[in-house]
Design a protein. Structure first.
Length: 585
């Protein structure tokens, strides 16, 4: 994956509001790294002008020693300590606030993606971008945006002092710089490439882990633990190899830096010692030059580390902005309308649909639903029933044809308005971690306590909720794991009651329940369907006998339509399905 430099500039837009903290961090960093640069000058002064000065008495030497060191201690306490604190605190705050804004934008973007986006990306891989990639991007603020300036100022000050002491000795100290720059450029590209690959492989593993944890019952039921271990080990081995490739280049970079930073002092000692012997340099000056070598080469070592940080962060930013740049397929039209009322009348006109790179799923579907009518969709598995109802809230857009709500095409309506009119109760009820109250209020976050209780009663859920130790405050666990299937389904019905939609979609809402739970849920659904346009997908045909009309789908087309009695008398597909279920029971 090639890196996009403009993504770094885009990230800077998130940092810009906190430039004050960045400036404070840079200022504090300059104090942190430049104040200690006075120590070699003091050491040089004490050696040449005090310790080795025969004209000063012992008392005078002690006075100068106390004066200079005391002044330096005061500078450290009054300037260096506050500067160091400001540097770390400000850099951290700027980084945390910047990635907070970026994470919020990324999450907002993900939530607005179309259904096809979640089909293409594993949920674990999406979470990896939200957490891991964002954390790597934060390192740019604490390292790249502050350390570069601090190191630049520090190097400038060091070079100034070195040149003031001896220009030729300074050039010897800098002799290894060209070699370092060469290796920095060569290894930088390798590090960036391997870093991007590592992030992609971590995302793949995260996605796989999340899938297997969510489907742990299936893994155990098929005794697939060993097979999953082998697959995980294979993916982990691949990640290990890629990581070790990055470690190889990183280690090589550190080794080259170490060799150069340790070789240079030997060259300085050799040449500086020769100058001292010949009287061209004082002992104090040679010692001062030696003390400046560490702050001279320390930025080089940090630049080497920064190369890795920058590579990792840029790979992460590319992956983050890849999602932010992806346009949702389902969006509001340019002049979307938002009617003041909605009766719930639906009209399907010659609707055709197919998934990307797939066979047609729906072919020339046409039917109309009057406000308050109950329409049932039946047919063999794979006949297109769930796909058909997913077109109503525009989870997908049509290939051709049109769907109208109260005479207005869905593609002309504001998405928020459209989806406010639609309530969905699924076969597999989806709850979120949190309390029962939180999950019910998902249908209407502004609902009062009285409205929540009323919805629970209407959904036949209030009795079992009252028996729980914490009532509405009871935690449901991940995906409602602490509740039974019937309890979860009644909570989703209560949520739908609280939303109070004009159109209700029931996707096999009772098919996976036991007899007692099914009766309670069916009673709740009967109340929920009153005066609402309802589309029912049913596997158990006994639940749709009272529907106003039944549509029989076969291979994506409507092959029969009528009431339960009419279709039974016709003796075709519906009759066969019903007879088969009746015989099985």
């Amino acid at each position: 994956m090639s890196h996009k430099p403009h993504n770094f500039l885009r990230f800077l837009a998130y940092v810009r509001p906190y430039w004050g903290y960045i400036a404070a961090a840079i200022g504090g960093g300059i104090i942190k790294f430049t104040v200690p640069l006075l120590v070699p000058q003091i050491t040089r002064y004490l050696l040449d002008q005090v310790y080795l000065n025969p004209q000063l008495s012992t008392a005078a030497k002690l006075h100068q020693l106390w004066l200079t060191t005391g002044g330096m201690i005061a500078i450290f306490l009054l300037i260096w300590v506050p500067g160091t604190y400001i540097r770390h605190y400000s850099a951290a705050k700027a980084g945390i606030r910047s990635v907070f804004d970026l994470r919020c934008d990324l999450y907002e973007r993900i939530l607005r993606m179309s259904a096809s986006f979640f089909q293409r990306h594993k949920s674990g891989a999406i979470v990896s971008r939200m957490i891991s990639d964002i954390s790597l991007a934060q390192n740019l603020v604490g390292n790249a945006l502050t350390n570069v300036w601090m190191d630049a100022v520090s190097l400038t000050v060091v070079l100034y002092f070195l040149c003031r002491i001896d220009l030729s000795l300074t050039l010897v100290a800098l002799a290894t710089f060209p070699v370092y720059i060469y290796f920095y450029r060569v290894l930088g590209g390798k590090l960036k490439s391997s870093s991007g690959q590592i992030q992609r492989e971590i995302a793949d593993i995260s996605g796989s882990i999340q899938e297997k944890i969510a489907g742990n019952v299936v893994v155990r039921a098929f005794n697939a633990e060993k097979n999953e271990e082998e697959l995980f080990n294979r993916d982990s081995e691949k990640l290990f190899s890629t990581t070790m490739e990055s470690v190889y280049y990183h280690s090589l970079s550190l080794t080259v830096t170490g060799v150069l930073t340790n070789l240079a002092p030997l060259l300085v000692t050799l040449y500086g010692g020769w100058q001292v012997i010949h009287g061209d340099l004082t002992v104090g000056e040679l010692v001062a030059v030696g003390l400046y070598l560490n702050p001279l080469y320390l930025p080089l070592q940090r630049f080497s580390e920064l190369n890795v940080v920058f590579a990792n962060s840029m790979a992460a930013l590319d992956r983050i902005f890849e999602i932010i740049d992806e346009e949702p397929e389902i969006v509001d039209p340019p002049q979307a309308v938002e009617p003041k009322t909605c009766s719930g009348a639906l009209d399907f006109r010659n609707v055709c649909f197919s998934y990307p790179q797939g066979e047609p799923v729906l072919r020339h579907i046409s039917f109309a639903v009057e406000p308050g009518q109950k329409i049932a969709l039946v047919g063999h598995s794979g006949s297109g029933k769930s796909t058909l109802v997913s077109l109503i809230p525009r989870f997908y857009d049509l290939e051709s044809g049109a769907i109208l709500l109260d005479g207005v095409e869905l593609t002309r309506l504001k998405l928020k308005f459209l989806r406010d009119q639609v309530g969905i109760v699924l076969q597999d009820p989806i709850l979120f971690s949190g309390s029962i109250r939180d999950n019910i209020r998902y249908g209407n976050p502004r609902a009062s306590e009285a409205q929540v209780i009323e919805a629970c009663k209407a959904a036949n859920a209030y009795d079992f909720i009252r028996r729980l130790p914490q009532g509405l405050d009871t935690e449901v666990g991940e995906r409602g794991a602490l509740l039974s299937g019937g309890q979860k389904q009644r909570l989703t019905i209560a949520r739908a009651f609280l939303k109070s939609p004009r159109i209700l979609i029931l996707d096999e809402a009772t098919s996976s329940l036991d007899t007692e739970s099914e009766q309670l849920v069916q009673e709740a659904l009967d109340r929920l369907m009153v005066q609402r346009t309802t589309i029912i997908i049913a596997h158990r045909l006994s639940t749709v006998v009272n529907a106003d009309r039944i549509l029989v789908l076969h291979h994506g087309t409507i092959v029969e339509t009528g009431t339960h009695a009419e279709l039974l008398n016709a003796g075709t597909i519906y009759h066969q399905l019903y007879s088969r279920q009746f015989a099985a029971n």
